[in-house]
Design a protein around this ligand. Structure first.
Ligand SMILES: NC(=O)c1ccc[n+]([C@@H]2O[C@H](COP(=O)([O-])OP(=O)(O)OC[C@H]3O[C@@H](n4cnc5c(N)ncnc54)[C@H](O)[C@@H]3O)[C@@H](O)[C@H]2O)c1
Length: 358
């Protein structure tokens, strides 16, 4: 049976998901919802001429339409908490875009709500499916690097793009750059460390981007560069180096994981392979990591969001557990919030300060 998917929020990411679904024979877009006309028109264009999807201005109407077997939430970050409250009170499986919510307490609410139902709740942290990163994770899990010690993630990229109604120009809407964007990298750190983060140190600021952008009399307050250090309970340490005014360079992301026996390096978009260094043999191997031919639509995330939707649909069909859970969503946000707190208060932030009650 072809799965009918509703897309809530049809801006940039919603349209990427529409194209992911279009390219996948297991599923079809059956409904879309967005309060604004222009993104609905983008969705119609993404759907193509022969579409007959139900259109709504309000997500509640979509949820109650009987037209969907599953939904994807791709609305602005600050709307996720309220939308999830509504979706999680149904038995409709959901994939919610990252960050799961903009605050730790909202994420905790979502974790609790998701625990009360059996339908799938999946969080859109898809970097783990980018082929160089997926290949790197296999090496990390193989034990070949010895005891894992250090993770280094550098993202040097272009400034934030313009969004519908400029919602991403204010930290209160996004959760802050280290939540909005960097939850992807903190999720990778958590995935590699396989151990809870215990403290966070950070330095960062808004130094270059959006400084002269005023919206309704208010200046944009989006951090554009930072260093973040995370310590994990198993004594691993990780570092994020973020610059959002560094688009002229070799790679957007450069990731290295170092263990007692060696090191693995992955570059995005990269050359289609990763490097594995072995300290005993002193050998540096180049290992194939090109995007799989099974990816029918590459989108803006090197095929990762196509793989994500494909896995989401298969998990619903097979009644299996999500790859990316609400707990993953929560822990990726906690590190981002802790990093912002470390910057704002110029101190080391202990994760125990969040006093999680779950
Ligand atoms: N996984 C990734 O790598 C990735 C990449 C980009 C964006 N995102 C996430 O996707 C989400 C959307 O980002 P975007 O870049 O598409 O932004 P966007 O501004 O292009 O699109 C957001 C859309 O949501 C609509 N919207 C607002 N309130 C809504 C509501 N209550 N119900 C339904 N729709 C509503 C807006 O009208 C707009 O069309 C954000 O959470 C963002 O963080 C994820």
């Amino acid at each position: 049976m072809v799965m009918r998917i509703g897309v809530i929020g049809t801006g940039m990411m919603g349209c990427e998901h529409i194209r992911n679904i279009n390219a996948n024979p297991q599923c079809v877009v059956s409904a879309i919802s967005d309060p604004h006309e222009e993104p609905l028109e983008w969705a119609r264009q993404a759907l193509g001429a022969d579409n007959s999807v139900a259109e709504f201005r309000n997500h509640q109407d979509l949820l109650q339409s009987g037209e969907v077997d599953a939904v994807i939430i791709a609305s602005p970050n600050f709307t996720h908490h309220d939308l999830l409250q509504d979706v999680l009170s149904t038995d409709i499986p959901v994939l919610v875009e990252k960050p799961m919510c903009t605050t730790v307490s909202d994420c905790v609410d979502v974790v609790k709500l998701a625990q009360q139902r059996t339908a799938l709740t999946w969080v859109g942290l898809e970097y783990r499916y980018m082929s160089p990163i997926a290949r790197m994770l296999e090496v990390v899990r193989s034990g070949e690097l010895g005891e894992l010690k250090m993770i280094s993630i550098r993202e040097h990229r272009f400034p934030f793009l313009q969004k519908v109604n400029n919602w991403n120009r204010f930290s209160r809407n996004t959760g802050g750059t280290l939540v909005e964007k960097c939850c992807h990298f903190f999720d990778l750190m958590n995935l590699i460390a396989q151990s809870p983060p215990i403290r966070v140190m950070a330095s960062g600021a808004q130094d270059v981007n959006h400084l002269d952008e005023i919206y309704d009399g208010e200046r944009s307050d989006i951090l554009d560069n930072a260093y973040v250090i995370v310590e994990f309970a198993n004594s691993m340490r990780a570092m994020l180096d973020l610059s959002m005014f560094a688009e002229i360079g070799n790679n957007e992301q450069e990731i290295a994981v170092v263990g007692s026996n060696g090191k693995v390096e992955a570059h995005i978009p990269g050359p289609g392979h990763i490097y594995i260094g072995n300290r005993s043999s002193r050998e540096l191997r180049k290992v194939e990591a090109a995007m799989s031919e099974d990816v029918a639509y590459a989108g803006a995330h090197f095929g990762a969001s196509y793989i994500e939707v494909d896995k989401f649909v298969r998990a619903i069909a097979n009644n299996s557990a999500p790859d990316v859970t609400v707990n993953d969503g929560l822990w990726s946000v906690i590190i981002g919030v802790a990093a912002h707190r470390a910057i704002d208060e110029q101190r080391v932030v202990e994760i125990s300060e969040f006093n999680l009650q779950m």
